[in-house]
Design a protein around this ligand. Structure first.
Ligand code: SF4
Ligand code: SF4
Length: 168
């Protein structure tokens, strides 16, 4: 079950937490990675935490001839190629990997950009998973995907969704 709303401050987290502690064999996935609050109410014992990265291009300028094909391909303007210089803007990159395929000089590799951290733990028998997005990181969706990947299919699932109706 997912608890969602187009507006913040409507009581999603209170409802999700109360549902989760009212049923047996439950897990709560707090998908509001920009401002996770469920753990503040549950005070879980954290048993595991790991950093999450997303792919960003890393250009080897010794191989690059500044042809500009990668920049022309990128629909998010995350690469700028001008004669003698190439710049990558990680905050604009969606990690599609298209620029890497486009570069015939094999000048682009995969770099990693830290976007946040995932924490897992227990409040009594209730399992909780939540993400904490890096301050200033514009894209919450990749971290939300990582929270959802940690869903334990043997347990009842309550998802506390982020507020709003945009991508997250
Ligand atoms: S496509 Fe490759 S060679 Fe061309 S500008 Fe981009 S990184 Fe450089
Ligand atoms: S990975 Fe995709 S979004 Fe990121 S710079 Fe390359 S083409 Fe643009």
């Amino acid at each position: 079950m997912a608890v969602a709303s187009g507006k913040g401050g409507t009581g999603k987290t209170s409802l999700a937490v109360n549902l989760a502690i009212s049923i047996e064999n439950a897990q709560l996935l707090d998908c509001d990675v920009e401002e996770p609050n469920a753990h503040l109410l549950l005070n879980p014992k954290i048993t595991r935490q790991e950093p999450v990265y997303r792919l960003v291009p890393s250009v080897n300028e010794e191989l690059c001839d500044y042809c500009g094909k990668c920049a022309a391909f990128c629909q998010y303007n995350a690469i700028l190629a001008v004669p003698g210089k190439i710049l990558v803007f990680p905050e604009l990159c969606h990690g599609c990997g298209g620029c890497i395929l486009t570069c015939s000089k094999k000048a682009i590799g995969e770099g990693k950009n830290g976007i946040g951290i995932i924490k897992e733990g227990f409040a009594d028998d209730l399992r909780i998973v939540f993400g904490e997005l890096e301050v200033g990181e514009p894209m919450a969706v990749p971290l939300i995907r990582e929270v959802k990947k940690r869903l334990d299919k043997s347990r009842n699932v309550i998802l506390d969704a982020p507020p709003g109706t945009s991508c997250p």
